[in-house]
Design a protein around this ligand. Structure first.
Ligand code: GTP
Length: 500
């Protein structure tokens, strides 16, 4: 897929070069893109590549040249971002690819390589793109699970649960839709209940199989889209170049004809003076023939102009179609992106989203020095809830607690599931003296959730460690301070807040 993406980037580079050639308003005026058609076309290019049209209103005095300059600058910026992302993606894939090959090789050399993994490893070798990170982690889980089975090791409950949790998290990160998504969801609900340790290795293999199939489908869809985009861009680039040179030729011919007619009229005027009637008639007829000849040529020019307009209309249609396809693709990507940042179980933001938001809030704090608080909230004795009432009850509690935290915060605050039964909160612009109040309210609200498991009224509490960003802090140092505060809250008896 990277190959297709590179090819699209190259094509876009060609289009940009073409647009840059039009930047000079003088050249622009000559090449006849002053007309409404040209403006609309430029507007479409703009919408397609920059996402909004800086269209000139009809009849506006503004120079299309300046509009093209804006478009090319935006386009240039967009293209360099695309190039950057593409090289990041390449590096990232190389790194994950290396890990994946290493994990696969290790597995092949180990004593725990059941026959069906050979086929999977062959498939893995063909993998060249997305989800390599998840794949090598799945292989790691598989190795751990199979090791315990083959060596008849007693898999401690905690370790077994850890592998199950890791697998659930990996499924969360996959985001495949359709049949593969449904199959993954089924495995996820299996993992939520008790899975026999002996059933774990085949489950891991099934997950690897599904991931590879999902990647294959994803790659097929993206490759198809990129290939189509590539062809369309190629055609448009070709048509654009032809239209522009045709426009230039038409302009030159028109100018030439104008000069010709003006010359003939001037000559008639000059001959009017002091000529006898017959001579004058002869002269005028001669000039009129010449003008008629020019007018016939002019008609041909009009036909060429019409065909140029038709070509531009076709291009406009092509661009509109391409735009709607690009919008559709963008829409699908943004749904996937959105999913990447949402925790499946609680439907609030996940750790990846937190990393992004923390970075943004941190930069804002560095710049404006307005208070920023980070808090870690951990549910108390959550293991007991799972052990006593089952994992599903634990999940239900997590969902309710997440919803309570979400509702309790202001719109400008941020909450994400940090992992397991831990949440992270970012509270910008809260005066340090007043910080205790909303956190205290939140702690109370969690304590008051009327949980009922197995007909039993259960009170669940949470401990919170919070800190303000301080001079010289990095995101990590503030997070570590909040973590130490949480540790103190736990050790001081839980169900309380410690500020650090
Ligand atoms: N049901 C469910 N349990 C989870 C999930 N993620 C983590 N857990 C459980 O959360 C529990 C956390 O246990 P511990 O880390 O020992 O902490 P704790 O029991 O809450 O005790 P303290 O934090 O010390 O008060 C473990 O039993 C995990 O299995 C999940 O997605 N669903």
């Amino acid at each position: 897929m990277l190959k297709e993406l590179t090819s699209v980037i190259d094509k876009l580079g060609d289009v940009l070069t073409d647009l840059q050639r039009q930047e000079n308003p003088l050249v622009n005026a000559q090449q006849g893109v002053h007309n409404e058609q040209g403006r609309r076309l430029i507007g479409h290019w703009q919408k397609l590549f920059v996402g909004h049209a800086r269209a000139l209103p009809p009849g506006s005095d503004a120079q299309p040249g300046s509009d093209i300059a804006g478009l090319t600058a935006d386009f240039d910026h967009l293209l360099s971002r695309l190039r950057n992302s593409s090289s990041h993606l390449q590096r990232w894939q190389q790194l994950d690819g290396q890990r994946l090959r290493f994990a696969a090789q290790e597995l092949r050399q180990s004593a725990y390589c059941p026959p069906q993994t050979e086929q999977l490893l062959t498939e893995l070798a063909r993998q060249d793109g997305s989800h390599q990170g998840q794949l090598w982690q799945l292989l790691e889980c598989y190795k751990a699970a199979v090791k315990h089975c083959v060596e008849q090791e007693t898999l401690s409950r905690a370790h077994h649960h850890e592998i199950c949790s890791r697998l659930q998290q990996l499924i969360d990160e996959l985001h495949f839709s359709g049949e593969i998504g449904a199959a993954l969801a089924k495995i996820q609900s299996q993992l939520l209940q008790q899975v026999d340790p002996a059933a774990l290795p085949p489950l891991c293999l099934r997950l690897i199989e599904l991931t590879i199939e999902g990647c294959r489908q994803e790659r097929q869809n993206s490759t198809l889209f990129l290939a189509k985009l590539n062809t369309n861009l190629g055609e448009m680039h070709h048509n654009f170049a032809i239209s522009l040179s045709e426009g230039q030729a038409l302009f030159d011919a028109r100018t030439h004809h104008g000069h010709h007619i003006a010359g003939e009229l001037r000559a008639i005027g000059e001959h009017l003076v002091g000529q006898d009637k017959d001579r004058l008639k002869e002269e005028i007829e001669l000039r009129l023939r010449s003008i008629t000849h020019v007018l016939v040529q002019h008609e041909r020019l009009q036909e060429r102009e019409q065909s140029l307009l038709n070509r531009m209309n076709a291009m406009e249609k092509q661009i509109s179609e391409l735009k709607s396809e690009a919008d559709d693709f963008k829409q699908r990507l943004s749904v996937q992106n959105e999913k990447l940042f949402i925790d499946n179980l609680t439907q609030i933001y996940n750790r990846a989203a937190m990393d992004e938001r923390l970075e943004v809030e941190y930069r804002r704090w560095l710049r404006y020095q307005e208070p920023l608080c980070i808090a870690l909230l951990d549910i108390d004795y959550f293991k007991e809830i799972n052990d006593k009432y089952g994992h599903l009850a634990g999940d239900k509690a997590l969902r309710l607690i997440a919803r309570t935290i979400h509702k309790s915060l202001r719109q400008t605050d941020f909450v994400a599931r940090f992992g397991g039964e831990e949440f992270v909160l970012l509270l910008p612009n809260v005066n340090p003296d007043k910080l205790h109040k909303p956190l205290e309210k939140l702690r109370e609200q969690i304590r008051n959730i009327p949980f009922r498991f197995k007909e039993e009224r259960v009170t669940i509490t949470a401990s919170i460690g919070a800190t303000q960003f301080q001079k010289g802090d990095s995101t990590t140092s503030a997070l570590e301070r909040a973590d130490r505060a949480l540790y103190r809250a736990k050790h001081a008896g839980r169900d309380q807040i410690v500020m650090a």
